[in-house]
Design a protein around this ligand. Structure first.
Ligand SMILES: [Zn+2]
Length: 116
């Protein structure tokens, strides 16, 4: 078995190094056993039909070219997943924003006095 790119319509294959552009590397899929969530994101990014690409089909020969990542150089801290093959815009991952309220959201508790 050889490494093959699973992304979109890309057909890069280790057997045909001439298809590999300068410096492009094949990056293995995250393992479903240890990183299912990331693996599923990669599968989604590849945009292939489910019967062609799914968790059961992920093995140590499934890979994605480094050029399918933002910056064209493989996964980075900010963009650990491939670009979406359907052309959707990828947002950088960042720590969850702390919710800061610019307004004062103090809830006024109005005591209802049983006036009598
Ligand atoms: Zn590729």
């Amino acid at each position: 078995m050889v490494l093959r790119c699973a992304w979109g319509t890309c057909n890069v294959d280790e057997r045909y190094p001439e298809r590999l552009e300068n410096g492009v590397k094949l990056i293995l899929f995250p393992k479903p056993k240890t990183n299912l969530e990331k693996c599923l994101r990669w599968i989604k990014a590849c945009g292939r039909p489910h019967d062609q690409l799914n968790v059961q089909r992920i093995n140590k020969h499934k890979a994605v070219c480094s050029k399918h990542f933002v910056g064209g150089n493989g996964p980075t801290v900010q963009f650990p997943d491939p670009i979406l093959a359907d052309g959707s815009v990828l947002r950088p991952t960042r720590p969850p924003l702390k919710r800061t309220y610019s307004e004062n959201h103090t809830v006024r508790v109005i005591k209802k006095e049983n006036s009598k």
